[in-house]
Design a protein around this ligand. Structure first.
Ligand SMILES: [Zn+2]
Length: 90
């Protein structure tokens, strides 16, 4: 999150409202498939309001695009994927 901190540092200096016209960015979560080991060639990414929703989208994407069976993912796999979900502002 180092870059994000820097970015918001700059916004703070010139005024948050000026940048967004008074509308704040919405908190959201994102997952980018190519961040995942072995998925470097996959262009898909998902953004949603809650982590729960991002998980659903990841599972659907894994089924459709990678013919994976999310029901078979073990705890290690889920823990790993969880580290790839980032809090973002959109
Ligand atoms: Zn993918």
């Amino acid at each position: 999150m180092a870059q994000t901190t820097g970015r918001f540092g700059d916004f703070a200096k010139i005024g948050y409202g000026e940048v967004f016209g008074g509308v704040e960015g919405m908190d959201a979560y994102s997952y980018t498939c190519r961040d995942c080991e072995g998925m470097e060639k996959c262009p898909a990414s998902v953004v949603a309001e809650t982590k729960d929703e991002v998980w659903k989208l990841i599972e659907l994407h894994a089924q459709v695009a990678h013919e994976e069976e999310p029901a078979d993912w073990d705890k290690e796999t889920k823990d790993y994927l969880d580290t790839l979900i980032r809090a973002v502002s959109v």
